[in-house]
Each structure stands twice: as structure tokens, then as C-alpha cells.
Design a protein around this ligand. Structure first.
Ligand SMILES: [Zn+2]
Ligand SMILES: [Zn+2]
Length: 299
């Protein structure tokens, strides 16, 4: 079974297509989006039917009432004091705002300088194309990083800050995943070392590949194990002591973290040992098969 087919089959089990159509159908209307945006402006205060109606400024109250009712109860809650957005309603605002950047698929930014290549020390360049940031080496042509990112994230800053935004986006995403949150639906993800499963590895070194699978929506993400442990206090402090502040360094430049010496011990209690060396200092990490740091030591 191909990767995409597997993804579809997981997603189908978890989120029936009819339910998706129903949810998208609810907000696929200009007037309903206007109602959501008005409620968002008032949030967390409720707004009465009369005030909401006059703010929207539509004469036909039957039509207004109809569309407001469609949004209830999924996106809009009715209280004694008036109408207010539900959690899903507030989430829909984010989608409406990022969706309003409709040039998403045609937005083409860069190339801009993106630091130094971890393979050849050549210059890296980042560009935004077809909804993805791609970082490649201008000399050895190696692909360093490639990931979809919302156009709103890159189009709202100066183009030369795109690599910085992308690096922080990677940090945020790896942090979210490493503490168990799905980046898409905020459900719970499971982490597994692909080297200990039948999953196809995606990383350039199989033993370092971690697969996250969302138990709710079926979303799958593969990350380098170095990225996954990046937020562990033992790692953050080790890097910081070596003068590396991850908030101010492009994550793809921290080669010792992304390309450590590894030993995989497969057994009843499988373990991955990582040895990260930086300027003569060494940090050793032991991870279990769910990619939790179970032991660490500075040598
Ligand atoms: Zn290179
Ligand atoms: Zn999910």
C-alpha cells in the first residue's frame, strides 16, 4: 500500500467524509463568515440578536436568522446574554484569515540567504513555492528542509526574514509534536522510531527517523530525532552552553544535533542511544521506542 493510500485509509476511519462536508458546508457562505467575524470582534463578550443583526447590516431578517441558525450549535453558542463563538467557531476564524491569503498557491518568494550548508559549508537559499518553504544548498544542491507552511506566515514579514520564520515554525511544530499534539487537529499523536517498525523511513538516515501519527485525524509527520529532542532541557542547556540559542539559530544549521552518532539496540526494551558532540563537549541521550528521553549524561 502506498503512503498516500495508507494516510487516506486512516483518515477515513477517523473522520468520515460526510462529516467533513457538513462542517465545511456550514461556513461556506459569505454571510456566515461575516457573522463569525463579527462575533470574533466581540469575543469573549456575547452579542444580542438585535445588535448582531444591525452590525451585519442585512435587511432581510429571515435570511439573517436562517444563516445564524445554520452556525448553531457547532460554531455559535446561544446564551442568555446573546450569541458567542464556540471553540470550533474561533478555530474557523484562523482558517478564514489564512484562507483570505488566496494568493497562497501562486505566492513565490525568494530565493533569500538561509545560512550555511551542513554538508559542504556552502550558502543555503530559501524560497517559498506552491505553499512550501524549500531550503537548498546553492553549491552541493542538497535539499536541507522542505515543509508546507501557511502563506500568511511568510507573506506578512519582509522576504529576507523568511528563513527565520521557517526555522521558528519548525521549532514550534517539533515542540508541539514532541509533547503529543497534532499540528492539524490538536488531537493526540503517537511517536515511534521508524527503525523499530514497518514504517517506511523518510529521513536521510533511517535510524534517526521518527514517525508521528495522529490518533484522531490520521495526520502523519516524519521528523529527525534531533529535532524531536531539541526541546528537552538537557539538550537546550547543552546547546546554550555551547553558545547556540535555538531561537536565534536556523535549526538546520545545528548539524551535531541533527546528525549525531547513533546506536540502535533492538530488544525487549528497544533503545536508541545518541551521542551529540559540540566543540569537544559530549551529550549522550537514551531514548525509548516512543522517543522519550529516558536517560542523559554529559561526558
Ligand atoms: Zn552544500
Ligand atoms: Zn490530528
Amino acid at each position: 500500500m502506498k503512503r498516500d493510500e495508507r494516510r487516506d485509509s486512516v483518515a477515513d476511519e477517523q473522520v468520515p467524509i460526510e462529516r467533513l462536508e457538513e462542517v465545511f458546508g456550514l461556513v461556506a457562505n459569505e454571510l456566515r463568515i461575516e457573522i463569525l467575524l463579527e462575533l470574533w470582534e466581540q469575543y469573549p463578550d456575547p452579542i444580542t440578536f438585535a445588535d448582531l443583526h444591525s452590525e451585519i447590516g442585512i435587511r432581510d431578517s429571515g435570511r439573517f436568522n436562517y444563516h445564524l441558525n445554520v452556525l448553531h450549535p457547532s460554531f455559535v453558542r446561544k446564551t442568555d446574554d446573546g450569541y458567542r463563538l464556540t471553540h470550533a467557531g474561533r478555530e474557523a476564524i484562523g482558517v478564514a484569515v489564512s484562507g483570505s491569503f488566496t494568493e497562497a498557491d501562486t505566492l513565490d518568494l525568494g530565493p533569500v540567504p538561509a545560512g550555511c550548508c551542513m554538508f559542504c559549508s556552502g550558502d543555503l537559499a530559501a524560497r517559498y513555492d506552491e505553499g512550501q518553504v524549500v531550503v537548498t544548498c546553492t553549491e552541493c544542491e542538497e535539499l536541507i528542509a522542505k515543509l508546507p507552511i501557511s502563506p500568511v506566515s511568510v507573506s506578512t514579514v519582509e522576504p529576507d526574514r523568511m528563513p527565520e520564520v521557517f526555522s521558528n515554525h519548525l521549532l514550534t511544530m517539533t515542540h508541539e509534536l514532541s509533547v503529543g499534539f497534532c499540528k492539524r487537529c490538536h488531537g493526540h499523536v503517537d511517536a515511534r522510531l521508524t527503525a523499530l517498525t514497518d514504517d517506511e523511513p523518510a529521513a536521510y538516515r533511517d535510524a534517526l527517523d521518527v514517525r508521528f501519527t495522529c490518533q484522531q485525524c490520521g495526520d502523519r509527520t516524519n521528523l529527525n530525532v534531533g529535532g524531536v529532542v531539541m526541546n528537552h532541557p538537557a539538550v537546550t542547556s547543552f546547546l546554550f552552553d555551547a553558545g547556540i540559542d535555538l531561537r536565534e539559530t536556523y535549526v538546520w544549521e545545528v548539524l551535531p544535533l541533527l546528525d549525531p552518532e547513533e546506536t540502535l539496540v533492538d530488544g525487549e526494551e528497544p533503545r536508541l542511544h545518541l551521542r551529540i558532540e559540540l566543540d569537544g563537549d559530549v551529550l549522550e541521550l537514551t531514548l525509548d521506542d516512543s522517543v522519550t528521553v529516558v536517560d542523559y549524561e554529559r561526558a
